[in-house]
Design a protein around this ligand. Sequence first.
Ligand code: NAP
Length: 249
Amino acid sequence: MRRFEDKIALVTGAASGIGRATAERLAKEGAALLLCDVQEEGLAATAKQCEELGAKVATALCDVSKPDAVRAAVAACIQEHGALDVLVNVAGILSLERTEEVHLETWERILSVNLTGTFLMCQAALPYLLERGGNIVNLSSTSALGGMAYGAAYGASKGGVLALTRTLAVEYAKRGVRANAICPGSIKTPMTTRSGLPEDPDWKLLQRAMPLDEPRGPETVASVIAMIASEDGAHINGESIRVDGGTLS
Ligand code: NAP
């Protein structure tokens, strides 16, 4: 399938995990790419891989919580590729702590990357997405749909991402721009393998977030992102799709 031939996609969080798998999937399907992340080395590795898959690729080191950096990344996309059709907001951070132990700085940082960063990217990209009838895919999480113990700030940020996504869907539908969210469950990526846990956690609570079938990797999420961002998803707008192996069923 080459559903992104002549399309230009901007992917944040592209140095690792779901962002990298998404970049590779879109590259395989013909997209030209602007890839963003804060991790220079990982970003270069993803870019190289996508180029080997035949994609035209540019990169921008960009902290999505910083408005100037976000504007510069979108400008780099327009300068390099001339347009923007698909924005995939994947950059995110996770911290797992008992709620009574969460420091205000941690709460604010998680909200600022996961929610404000998504908003800033959408805001900067919208003028270009409107020009070509593009679409947005935002990474939310099952923690926005069902309680996830030890993830107060993370769950709140992802709930905000869902609300933001639905707002954009309604506000821009008539002007030809769609916005959708993906809600992965627990996916095997560097984020989940390095996320610490509070001391002596309640394992029964953690078990609630596990898939019912088997642990899966980031490509299981990338394939759904590609579907919804392509013409196959043309009539899907304001939706959130769980990719969780049945966890919340
Ligand atoms: P990951 O492997 O940690 O990849 C996320 C990438 O985003 C990392 O390279 C990370 O850099 C980067 N990043 C962090 N803060 C950033 C910032 N301010 N600006 C730009 N880039 C930044 O994580 P993942 O598992 O692929 O997760 C990707 C997205 O899916 C996240 O939004 C996450 O919340 C969501 N999600 C993941 C799961 C899961 O189970 N993996 C489940 C539900 C939702 P650093 O390494 O420096 O942080």
